[in-house]
Design a protein around this ligand. Structure first.
Ligand SMILES: Cc1cc2nc3c(=O)[nH]c(=O)nc-3n(C[C@H](O)[C@H](O)[C@H](O)COP(=O)(O)OP(=O)(O)OC[C@H]3O[C@@H](n4cnc5c(N)ncnc54)[C@H](O)[C@@H]3O)c2cc1C
Length: 427
């Protein structure tokens, strides 16, 4: 039997970030991951600027820079009608304002996750890969039984086994509530791949979307993500919807000679803010295990990194006194509710956007008004505050923009706005 102060199940960004910040503070921490490393994770590998603060604290930016497959310098969101919102990459600073930065990264998860796990290991984490947790007996201490017949004991457990992991499932009754599914493929020979990451909206995707992330030399990481209930109502499977998506006018020509490398892979996304998903007694949930996925984009890496750090900070507090004060773990829950409240607003906005009329209203306004367009894309990278979309000022301004748009003589202003949008170079 092996005993540690903290046992982490899962070595993705959430588990590695927690392990790094704990080990750095001298906490005895063991991390188990079921896979042999390096391992891939079905993902777009798109890092938003929201990841950068934790990556900087972990001192891994240089390695990410070296291993990144691509550095993107902007965004395009394509509407079903072929309109485009274009924006630059922005980073939100601590005072809440956002600033343009030259680029951010697309990086394959085998490289990215290995950088993080190695960093946690170097900081002093006892990392065991190829060890699958099978069962948990919660207690003081808790016990985790593995597939290979070993037992690990720890005072505090961090569950970081991702969307649909077995240990998360052990604690969660509503595993599939608020869930989505995504499918991803790598393609080569794609035409007109610029230096921006692209998103595609379509009625067939409900409030989901398709993405196209460049990897260089005409290679891309592409896929779609959509709500499982919506998919069920449509009586279609996710691969079928994806293939139909590639036939849409915005993609058909560009994908005409593209070749799929390997196979399409699907993976669940556990999303929808849940204030009770962060802690159960001395068990903390981080990353996807805590439902920390941004519903407007399916982005979860930045939340995984941040929640890992918050969990570590709360645990360090526990051991500040001569005998551990486990009540201090409540700090983790409180901080998560505060730090990730944007997920609540994003969930509301996502529900509104599920109505095609609202989506089109918002979309047309964003194409017409450059400032609103930047704010809309800013939601994807968290450089704009999603809660402000619900304040009176923004709602009133939206109607003013809509009136201006409609009143513009013979659609002249609209044409200019369209021209302006289309003239922003893809590269
Ligand atoms: C198709 C798709 C595209 C996506 N694209 C993006 C994107 O571009 N950008 C973005 O920010 N987010 C994206 N996401 C979301 C992102 O992948 C997740 O939010 C992120 O990986 C969460 O990190 P995590 O550490 O919580 O979990 P994971 O990264 O899932 O890590 C969980 C780890 O736990 C291990 N594990 C599981 N079960 C056990 C067990 N029983 N015992 C031991 N170990 C176990 C696994 O091997 C794995 O290493 C995408 C998701 C999907 C499905």
């Amino acid at each position: 039997m092996s005993k540690s102060q903290v046992l982490i199940i899962g070595g993705g960004p959430a588990g590695s970030s927690a392990a790094y910040f704990l080990a750095k503070q001298g906490i005895k921490v063991t991390l188990l991951d079921k896979d042999r490393w390096p391992r891939d994770k079905v993902c777009g590998g798109g890092l938003t600027t929201n990841c950068l603060p934790v990556l900087e604290k972990m001192d891994v930016i240089e390695q990410v820079e070296q291993k990144a497959d691509f550095k993107y310098n902007g965004y395009i969101i394509h509407s079903p009608e072929g309109e485009q919102i274009k924006a630059s990459v922005r980073r939100r600073s601590e005072n809440g304002l956002s600033k343009q930065i030259p680029y951010c990264y697309v990086i394959k998860r085998d490289s990215f996750d290995e950088i993080l796990l190695n960093k946690a290991k170097k900081a002093g984490t006892n990392v065991l890969t190829g060890v699958e947790a099978k069962k948990v007996e919660e207690g003081e201490p808790s016990k985790v039984l593995t597939k290979d017949g070993r037992t690990f004991e720890a005072d505090i457990l961090i569950v970081a086994d991702g969307s649909g992991g077995p240990i998360t499932r052990h604690f969660t009754k509503d595993l599939h509530k608020g869930s989505a599914i995504a499918v991803r493929g790598y393609y080569s020979g794609v035409k007109d791949v610029g230096s921006v990451i692209e998103f595609f909206l379509d009625d067939e995707l409900g409030f989901g979307y398709g993405w196209l992330f460049p990897l260089g030399d005409g290679r891309i990481n592409t896929g779609i993500g959509l709500d499982t209930a919506f998919l069920k109502r449509r009586k279609k499977n996710v691969r079928q919807v994806f293939k139909e998506m590639l036939e849409k006018p915005q993609l058909k020509e560009r994908m005409a000679e593209a070749k799929l490398e390997g196979k399409l892979e699907a993976f669940p996304l556990r999303m929808g803010f849940d204030k009770d998903a962060f802690r159960h007694n001395r068990v903390l949930f981080v990353g996807d295990s805590a439902k920390l996925i941004y519903p407007l984009s399916g982005e979860g890496i930045s939340y995984a990194l941040q929640s890992g750090e918050l969990a570590a900070n709360a645990i360090v507090e526990v051991y500040q006194t001569a005998s551990p004060d486990y009540k201090k773990l409540a700090r983790y829950e409180i901080e998560c509710r505060e730090s990730f409240s944007d997920l609540k607003y994003a969930t509301r906005l996502q529900k509104l956007m599920a109505r095609p009329k609202v989506q089109r209203f918002f979309y047309k306004n964003s194409v017409y008004d450059e400032n609103l367009g930047q704010r809309a894309t800013g939601m994807l990278e968290h450089s704009s505050d999603v809660s402000t979309f619900f304040n009176f000022r923004t709602i009133a301004k939206s109607f003013i923009i809509a009136i201006k748009r409609k009143l513009s003589l013979n659609g002249k202003d609209t044409e200019e706005a369209q021209k302006r949008a289309k003239s922003v170079s893809q590269g």
